[in-house]
Structure formats: structure tokens, C-alpha cells
Design a protein around this ligand. Structure first.
Ligand SMILES: Cc1cc2nc3c(=O)[nH]c(=O)nc-3n(C[C@H](O)[C@H](O)[C@H](O)COP(=O)(O)O)c2cc1C
Length: 130
């Protein structure tokens, strides 16, 4: 059994909607358990306990939202060198500037992926849902 951790931050509900849709889809897969956790409440233990990750947040001021940044700030050292090779993907909910991301992803996804202490590239970068 593989476990997927979905960490999300959402203020007006767009990212939450995307994260819940992803969780619903992942739960349909055989052999996968899904944990959906708010970034403000999630900590390093959740990262260590799961096999793969989906990080979902709004793009705020051309960067990941502050609460998601705080999640990475809090968990970076506790998991450093302990998550190598684990798969992850990124969902970005943006108002406009991520509508046509350049190849390689928007600014937020680049910052997100450079914040994740694993060596595998993300499976997805920018997604605009609103
Ligand atoms: C402070 C702030 C800054 C924002 N900056 C950006 C931005 O740089 N680019 C963009 O496309 N949208 C920006 N937005 C819009 C949000 O990304 C968008 O409304 C998103 O859907 C919010 O996600 P949520 O519903 O999960 O909170 C910003 C919103 C706020 C509140």
C-alpha cells in the first residue's frame, strides 16, 4: 500500500477544491491511501510517513502563498536528506499570471519545486482553475 500526502493552503477555496478533486481521484486508485492536510497543521511527521506528495497552494504576489512557505520553512530541516527519490507534484491555483506558464512552469512552481527536499522533478507545474 502506497500513501499520498496532499498538503494544501487555500483562502477562498479554489486550491481546496483542486486538492479535494485530486484526493478523490487518487482514492479511486487501488493500493493508495490518501491524507489531505492543511499546510498550517501539517508537519514533518506527515512527510516522513508518506511515499509521495502533492503540494497545492495559491499563487500570491508571484510566489507560493505564505502559509505554504511556512510549511516548507518548518519542515525543511526535520526531513532534510530523508525524502530523496520520493515522487511529488504541484498544484498552483492562480488568478491570472499562471494562465500561460512558460515551459518549465511559473514562478510559483519553480519556487515550490526548489523548496521540496527531493531530487525528482515535479510531475505537474501550473494549473489554473479559476
Ligand atoms: C495577496 C494576493 C496575491 C495574489 N497574487 C497573485 C499573483 O501574483 N498571480 C495570480 O495569478 N494570482 C494572484 N492572486 C490571486 C490568487 O492566486 C487566486 O485568487 C487564487 O485562486 C486563490 O486561491 P484560493 O481560493 O485557494 O485561496 C493573489 C491573491 C492574493 C490574495
Amino acid at each position: 500500500m502506497k500513501s499520498l500526502l496532499i498538503v494544501y493552503h487555500s483562502v477562498t477555496g479554489g486550491t481546496l477544491q483542486m486538492a479535494e478533486a485530486a484526493a478523490t481521484a487518487a482514492r479511486r486508485e487501488a493500493g493508495v491511501t490518501v491524507r489531505l492536510e492543511a499546510a498550517a497543521a501539517a508537519g514533518p511527521q506527515a512527510l516522513l510517513e508518506c511515499d509521495g506528495y502533492l503540494f497545492a497552494c495559491p499563487e500570491n504576489l508571484a510566489a507560493m502563498s505564505g502559509v505554504m512557505k511556512d510549511f516548507f520553512d518548518r519542515t525543511y530541516y526535520p526531513v532534510l536528506d530523508r525524502l530523496q527519490g520520493r515522487a511529488y507534484a504541484i498544484l498552483v491555483c492562480a488568478g491570472s499570471s499562471s494562465a500561460s506558464p512558460p515551459a518549465g512552469g511559473c514562478a510559483t512552481s519553480r519556487r515550490l519545486s526548489s523548496s521540496v527536499p527531493t531530487h525528482k522533478p515535479p510531475k505537474k507545474s501550473c494549473v489554473r482553475s479559476r
